[in-house]
Write a protein that binds this ligand. Structure first.
Ligand code: GLY
Length: 379
């Protein structure tokens, strides 16, 4: 299912702006002359839009969808259509255990999904949190964007909203993910998300028993940011959230400013990894603001990760398992950043210990869709 995003197109926007300018001219004809000339707004940051250079950037698990849909972006398709259609490929893939069908369930064996999308030309977003039994939460997020005056619907009411718009009821727990859940349940020990009451400082000698759990658990997610031929920007993020989470937990993915954010004046950003850390840093909005103030996508990503590390060290005084024995965050977080000029970056807190490399997916007119190594902050 592919549809153009409804709403004003470029022409509508230009005529609306022209109309707005006309109104302002009218108003100033009647208003008293200002007594002082306001200080000029410093010309920081907004990256010059580059038209005719469509780009996709996102998590590595978006590569399959990018290969299917990037040509449409080159042909002039809408960036929100392409971001969502790219993500739907992974939502329907039962072998990806971090998104949609086959996503790992919560503590009780129920798959609860979060998704959001944002469309730069309208500066509008839509999201669903904790939705069950719907194959394409990204499409429901788009319905919230296009067919409501809200930003976020959650739980059973998000499900009812999706059903009312014709989405089928689907069992998302596959046999493979049910087996992994049962194995965790039978052996979970202290590896869950419930914490004892906080220790009183300076008594912080609690064992780091959860630190390897935080490192190894599935926190995967899919994110895609898209820059269209005409310079319009959009993004989408979708996830089944952290494996074995407490029922009702909502991560960063459907929180605008955390798991994704875009601004038609600046660019777009998104995140995968430990949602709690991204929410507490307002990761995606922070990256967009840094770009607004002149940072490149790479610097915006790395500076935001630096902030996450500082914040995690503060939290770890109460919750030591948030750091590993190196003093680094015991979880990972990956950011995907796209400037309006088509420059893109993928950054991670660190590379895997097994010598592997975390990659991200990018598609540009010169080289097409491919995987590229992320730049790690810590090494
Ligand atoms: N980043 C996905 C989540 O934490 O739910």
């Amino acid at each position: 299912m592919t549809s153009r995003t409804s709403g004003p197109d470029r022409r509508d926007l230009l005529s609306a702006l022209a109309a707005g300018a006309g109104l302002a001219a009218c108003a100033s004809a009647q208003a008293p002359a200002p007594t002082a000339v306001p200080a000029a707004v410093p010309a920081t940051g907004p990256r010059k839009s580059r038209t005719g250079f469509p780009v996709l950037v996102g998590s590595a698990n978006a590569l399959a969808g990018m290969k299917l849909h990037y040509q449409r972006l080159l042909d002039g398709a809408d960036p929100l259509d392409i971001a969502i259609d790219t993500i739907k490929v992974t939502e329907a893939d039962p072998t990806d255990d971090s998104v949609g069908l086959g996503g790992l369930p919560n503590e009780e064996g129920v798959v609860q999904l979060d998704a959001a999308c944002m469309y730069g030309p309208r500066h509008k977003s839509g999201a669903v949190g904790c939705i069950e039994n719907i194959l394409h939460p990204s499409e429901v997020a788009r319905l919230v964007l296009e067919r409501t005056d809200h930003c976020l619907l959650v739980g059973k009411d998000a499900y009812r909203f999706a059903r009312a718009h014709g989405h089928e009821h689907v069992e998302l727990l596959t046999e493979a993910s049910r087996k992994k859940w049962m194995e965790w349940k039978e052996t979970m020990s202290t590896n869950d998300d419930r914490l004892p009451p906080p220790p009183k400082l300076p008594h912080v000698a609690a064992a780091r028993t959860r630190s390897s759990f935080l490192r190894d658990r599935v926190t995967g997610t899919i994110h895609v940011s898209a820059l269209a031929k005409d310079g319009a920007i959009a993004c989408c993020t979708s996830t089944s959230g952290m494996s074995w989470k407490i029922p009702g937990r909502v991560g960063d993915s459907p929180i605008i400013g955390s798991g994704l954010y875009c601004d038609q004046e600046v660019g777009s950003a998104g995140a995968t990894g430990r949602g709690e850390a991204c929410i507490l840093a307002q990761g995606s909005a922070t990256m967009v603001e840094l770009m607004r103030n002149g940072a490149s996508p790479l610097d915006a990503g790395l500076q935001t990760l630096e902030r996450v590390v500082r914040q995690t060290k503060r939290q770890a005084r109460w919750q030591p398992d948030l750091l590993d024995e190196r003093g680094w965050p015991s979880f990972n977080l990956v950011f995907y950043v796209l400037g309006l000029d088509g420059t893109a970056a993928g950054v991670a807190l660190y590379q895997p210990r097994d010598g592997g490399v975390l990659t991200y997916a990018v598609a540009t007119p010169d080289e097409g869709p491919r995987l590229v190594a992320t730049q790690a902050l810590l090494s």
